[in-house]
Design a protein around this ligand. Structure first.
Ligand SMILES: [Zn+2]
Length: 557
């Protein structure tokens, strides 16, 4: 016996065995059992969700020799002939095919004649929006004054193109895309029937790749069985589909959260070498970001289900959810979904993917303005991902305590910082570290403010404050500005002081530099926050809006 493809072999023959269309099945079952039948139905939905299957079951339900019911017997000659596609009173037409227009018109015109063997003449017209005008008029004529023995089942993937004159005469049902979990469990059922041991991870990969279509899922399963020589296994399926798998992307996510640029590069190279799809990798990363965020909001059950995580993967993700800030989870999602659309613009998919990951590392709240040596430390630390010390954000927060950053969605709330600053300001001690805050409190404006900001504190003794000004900012040195700085400092300290500016080549680690770094970090965080804002994203996506460089300012004060 020749091999029959699964999609055909497992085509549901009854409403009960139909996958994922409960609402439609309920409505049709009810109508059939209550004998409240409409003369025309319109089934809408993407390919492979069951439009033709429903039409055939409906044709059997109407023509079964046991009588009209929602449960056709399946064994009488009418049922069997419809299943085999040989029933004379069930006419399937595909308006998208090249079938002769004349033939079609003729078939439709014959609708007025009584059925030859059945109770009803059932017309199934697929892709009905593509009917020629001539054929369409023939159908419309019948639709307007339908003979009692005719039923129309119209189907389309594009309901927008159906004329309102047709819509108004049909009972419309929207078939849904079948969800991956539903598909996956259907595939499991099919494999059991085929006597093949199911590998759940493999089935999940197929289910996701099928894009909501039962037919596509079964075709892929066919291929997977052929590919695996009679078995179905996750790595083979992953290879066949060219898709990433969730465990690998979990590794990428972990590297992102921990700021591990080396690991990100390695994963990218491996994916490129395995010719895996970077699109599906970004999809998986987006899914993981959603699950991660759900876990952060204590909705763990849904989180695991959403990414179809295995137990050990779920444990790892929960671990990560504790290390990653909520804002960063948002950023990962935003960047991953955006990057997916940008892949086609990239020189190649691997570079597009890598750049998106580097972008995520660059805007990591813990690393935003991290200088080179610190980055090295990050990479070293994360070579052992299981170590609890890999919880980075807390470590990076430590040096920031002296420069609190208003407006920054802090990864870990830094409760002690404001208290420290208050204490400091009460005593008004001047030091290289306190200088940036002090400058802010001087209330200076214009050039005088510029001068103070670009100066570094050197010393304060015997009423003389010495400040270093980098030679690059020499032009700020003007008597009026100097005088205003002196006056403001005197007022703040409550005593008359003198100020001397020393112009130097290198200012080293100075107040100005510290301040600039803090500002950069605030800026980066502000940019990240704006970019991750769903409304902003929507404006960008929908209206092709652009963020104007330099227009984002962190909230201060
Ligand atoms: Zn029957």
């Amino acid at each position: 016996m020749s091999y029959q493809v699964l999609a055909r072999k497992w085509r549901p023959k009854s409403f009960e065995s139909l996958v994922g269309q409960d609402a439609v099945v309920r409505a049709l079952t009810h109508a059939l059992d209550a004998n409240r039948l409409h003369h025309a139905y319109l089934l809408t939905g993407t390919r492979g969700v069951g439009k033709t299957t429903i039409a055939r079951i409906l044709a059997k339900a109407l023509n079964c020799e046991q009588g009209v019911s929602s449960k056709p017997c399946g064994v009488c000659s009418a049922c069997q002939q419809i299943d085999a596609g040989r029933f004379v009173d069930y006419i399937e037409m595909d308006a998208a095919s090249n079938r002769g227009v004349d033939e079609m018109v003729q078939l439709l015109e014959q609708a007025t004649f009584l059925p030859s063997v059945g109770r009803y003449k059932v017309y199934m017209i697929d892709e009905v929006h593509q009917l020629t005008a001539h054929a369409f008029n023939a159908m419309l004529k019948t639709l307007e004054e339908p003979p009692a023995h005719v039923k129309f089942i119209l189907a389309t993937t594009d309901p927008q193109k159906i004329l309102v004159t047709v819509l108004s005469r049909c009972l419309q049902f929207n078939l849904r895309q079948v969800s991956p979990p539903q598909l996956s469990s259907h595939l499991e059922h099919v494999l059991a029937g085929e006597g093949i041991a199911p590998d759940i991870k493999a089935l999940e990969l197929i289910a996701r790749a099928a894009g909501g279509s039962v037919r596509d899922a079964l075709s892929l399963l066919d291929q997977a069985i052929a590919h695996g020589g009679g078995t179905v296994q996750a790595d083979q399926v992953s290879q066949m589909l060219g898709t990433s798998n969730i465990s690998r992307m979990l590794g990428v996510l972990s590297a992102l959260v921990q700021g591990d640029v080396t690991a990100v590069r390695e994963q990218t190279s491996q994916m490129a070498a395995g010719a895996l799809s970077f699109e599906s990798a970004l999809d998986d990363l987006s899914r993981l970001a959603v699950s991660l965020q759900l876990m952060q909001f204590d909705a763990s059950d849904g989180a695991q289900e959403f990414s179809s995580l295995a137990e050990d993967d779920a444990i790892q993700l929960r671990h990560l959810s504790a290390q990653c800030s909520r804002t960063y989870a948002q950023l990962i999602y935003q960047v991953a979904t955006k990057a997916r659309g940008d892949l086609r613009l990239a020189p190649d998919a691997a570079h597009g993917f890598l750049m998106a990951m580097l972008r995520l590392l660059a805007i990591h709240p813990g690393h935003a303005s991290v200088a080179q040596p610190k980055m090295a430390a990050v990479v070293n630390l994360t070579s052992t991902p299981a170590e609890p010390q890999a919880i980075k954000p807390a470590q990076h927060d430590t040096p920031r305590k002296e420069t609190p950053q208003p407006g920054v969605p802090a990864a870990t709330p830094n409760v002690s910082a404001p208290a420290e600053v208050k204490q400091q300001s009460a005593a008004t001690d001047i030091s290289a570290e306190s200088w940036p805050q002090l400058v802010d409190r001087l209330g200076l404006k214009g050039m005088a403010r510029e001068l103070a900001q670009h100066s570094a504190f050197l010393s304060f003794s015997e009423g003389l404050i010495t400040l270093n000004l980098p030679a690059t900012h020499r032009q700020l040195l003007m008597p009026a500005s100097e005088q205003r700085v002196t006056q403001a400092l005197s007022e703040l300290l409550g005593t008359a002081i003198r100020v001397r500016f020393d112009v130097v080549e290198q200012v080293g680690v100075t107040a100005a530099v510290l301040k600039k770094e803090a500002a950069e970090e605030r800026q980066n965080n502000a940019v990240a926050a704006i970019e991750s804002d769903p409304l902003v994203q929507e404006l960008i996506d929908v209206f092709d809006a652009k963020l104007i460089d330099g227009s984002i300012r962190p909230v201060t004060g």
